[in-house]
Design a binder for this molecule. Structure first.
Ligand SMILES: Nc1nc2c(ncn2[C@@H]2O[C@@H]3COP(=O)(O)O[C@H]4[C@@H](O)[C@H](n5cnc6c(=O)[nH]c(N)nc65)O[C@@H]4COP(=O)(O)O[C@H]3[C@H]2O)c(=O)[nH]1
Length: 604
């Protein structure tokens, strides 16, 4: 039996795309030492090892010259062994005879040097055949056998790596490199919890660059960007090392100060910032004086609710602006709770259903080969009277925080079901409707009963409905989640995991939960034709879905080249702007009918 040896690519030691502080992980960390067996040993010994040690997923076989010649994986072996005839045959025969069995296809092992990076190992697996994702591979050090590694652990590491890059993108501001609003919100919450325990104070400084719009409009965006970068450098120089300097949006910054003994320290930092701005900002060919207005608030003195602090610091900042800019105000209760620029999203969202401001947009899911419509995803939009069409990511987090998502989510289910009924009544062919369900909605007692009622009300076959859940929904209270999933599944409704790969990606739950489909997150689909690590991840997810008999759909396909790669990887279903953007029901109906006519014309 021949053995495949793979040489370390030159890129092994470092890898592009890693975030700061991330080092290239090697497969050394993945290997488990498993004593190899010899080909002459009886199969009974293999079975004994698998039965005794739950953690062993594959056993290496060593040839006469001491080189690894095969891997016997648990799943295949146990399956063969437990067949009635095999129990006698394999129990008495040698491993060599087992490996000669035509149905035992996992003989040839993939051999990888322990210093190889996990990304390069993934590439090797792709080259050698995805079965190694299930069987694992042999790890050698200096050419000698060191252990075996599990393909799923490899996938886990690559996914976590990708998550770290996504984390950086999701939590840090790209222009200035400082924490963004989301990371700041997280740190603020933790700082206040700590203050409750320690009895110390937390302060927020809300900083707005004066007349920034004019700078941007007159000098251009790149000059505006440079001003913001230099302002950030000064804010950092004035803050203490332990403080968080974050960018909220545009020209709005915030400094979070924790562990304060008295509020006086806040004013002195604010004064230092105002003073530091006296030095002009140097731009190519000119020097520009930039000033800032600052408002501050102290927790718990000014507000005991974490959620109210930012609005109060903002209100204090507006007072500083109103007093002539280039100055500082600390919050006092006679200031309006919310500044003129601050619109309470939560209040505006309350009553959005009654005011008929919500809309569902529909985006098709197609079969990548024939481009026929297989299903449609309902996506929520809020048509705000002043702001226009608001995308869900701008209001769903607030709706989740306030609990409003439960009412909104029910509205989405009712409306999507009614739309599907309307399409069926209009004589259109049945299609699958996917609906996003938030964690809070999913955890509502009686959620499955609500679904059952809506299915009956709209006379829909349950198999036409698919709920899209994010991984985070599934990760808490596993037993309870499993009960709800089982109740929903009992109705016949399908279940999909949205944004697969970006969350916790615990492979354990995939096996436990009655999931039908995985949606490969769009961050892995983006530029898959030119980004090998995205291709590796998509391929690995596909192999995983295949081994667990799950359907798979790729989201966020924008270009033909991306669709081509996905098809080559055997992904059969896709969704994305390439086929259609999410549109209102009428727009979708027209698009759908046109695509059916094209199909007919093509086939006649
Ligand atoms: N760049 C790019 N984007 C594409 C492409 N194709 C689709 N998209 C966008 O990708 C998102 C896919 O939805 P999702 O992963 O379920 O992610 C959804 C979902 O998690 C959440 N959401 C939307 N509607 C609802 C809802 O009714 N209930 C709940 N709980 N969440 C919802 O908001 C997220 C964002 O929704 P949208 O803004 O509508 O953004 C949608 C869609 O417009 C493409 O080719 N390129």
């Amino acid at each position: 039996m021949s053995r495949m040896r793979h040489h370390l690519p030159s890129s092994c030691q470092s890898h592009p795309g890693l975030g700061p502080g991330q080092e290239a992980a090697s497969v050394r960390h993945l290997s488990r030492e498993v004593e190899p067996l010899h080909g002459q040993v009886r199969c009974q010994a293999v079975l004994d090892r698998f039965l005794v040690d739950d953690e062993v997923y594959a056993l290496p076989v060593i040839g006469t010259a001491g080189q690894p010649v095969a891997l016997i994986d648990r799943a295949t072996f146990i399956e063969f062994f437990s067949r009635r005839f095999s129990r006698d045959v394999f129990g008495r025969r040698s491993i060599d005879e087992l490996l000669a069995h035509p149905r035992y296809r996992h003989g040839t092992p993939l051999v990888v040097e322990e210093s190889c990076t996990v990304e390069d190992a993934a590439q090797l697996i792709i080259g050698a055949g995805m079965r190694h994702m299930v069987t694992g591979f042999v790890v050698t050090g200096g050419g000698r056998y060191r252990g075996v590694a599990n393909g799923r652990d490899l996938l886990d590491i690559i996914t976590r790596r990708k998550q770290a890059v996504l984390y950086q993108m999701a939590h840090y501001d790209a222009l200035t490199g400082i924490p963004n609003r989301s990371l700041f919100a997280d740190r603020l919450e933790r700082a206040c919890l700590e203050a409750d325990r320690s009895g110390r104070l937390v302060a927020l400084l809300f900083i707005d660059v004066d007349r920034f719009k004019q700078i941007n409009d007159s000098l251009g965006h790149s000059a505006g960007d440079e001003v913001l970068r230099q302002v950030v450098a000064r804010l950092k120089a004035c803050a203490r090392q332990v403080d968080t300097v974050a960018r909220l949006a545009g020209d709005e910054f915030v400094i979070l100060m924790e562990g304060l003994g008295s509020p006086e320290q806040v004013a002195s930092v604010a004064r230092r910032i105002v003073d530091s701005m006296q030095e002009p900002v140097s731009m190519p060919g000119q020097a520009l004086v930039v000033t800032v207005s600052i408002g501050s608030v102290v927790y718990p003195r000014d507000d005991q609710r974490v959620g109210g602090l930012l609005a109060k610091a903002d209100a204090a900042m507006y007072e500083a602006k109103a007093a002539g800019r280039n100055g500082f105000r600390s919050y006092s209760p006679d200031m309006p709770a919310c500044s003129t620029g601050c619109i309470s999203l939560e209040n505006a969202l309350r009553g959005a259903i009654e005011r008929d401001e919500l809309e569902l947009h529909y985006q098709p899911q197609v079969d990548l080969k024939g481009r026929r419509v297989l299903g449609v995803e309902a996506l929520l939009r809020w048509r705000h009277p002043e702001r226009g069409l608001v995308p869900p990511m701008q209001f769903i987090p607030a709706a989740e925080e306030s609990g409003l998502i439960i009412g909104l989510g029910e509205w989405v289910v009712r409306s999507a079901f009614a739309q599907l009924r309307a399409w069926l009544d209009a004589g259109l062919p049945p299609l699958r409707m996917s609906v996003n369900i938030s964690a809070l909605q999913f955890r509502q007692p009686g959620f499955a009963a609500f679904l059952e009622g809506q299915l009956a009300l709209h006379r829909l076959p349950a198999g036409c409905i698919e709920l899209e859940l994010t991984e985070s929904v599934l990760m808490k209270n596993l037993e309870e989640v499993l009960r709800t999933l089982t109740d929903i599944k009992a109705l016949g409704v399908r279940l999909a995991i949205d944004d697969f790969g970006t969350g916790f990606s615990s492979l354990g739950y995939l096996r436990r939960f009655p999931i039908d489909r995985l949606k490969i997150d769009q961050s892995f689909v983006r530029d898959i034709d030119t980004t090998p690590v995205n291709e590796s991840i998509a391929r690995a997810i596909m192999a995983l879905a295949d081994s667990l008999s799950l359907e798979i759909v790729a989201e966020g396909i924008e270009r033909e080249a991306e669709a081509d790669v996905l098809q080559r990887l055997n992904c059969q279903q896709g969704q994305g702007y390439l086929f259609s953007r999410p549109v209102l029901a009428d727009g979708f109906t027209a698009w759908w009918q046109a695509s059916m006519r094209d199909d007919l014309a093509f086939n006649s």
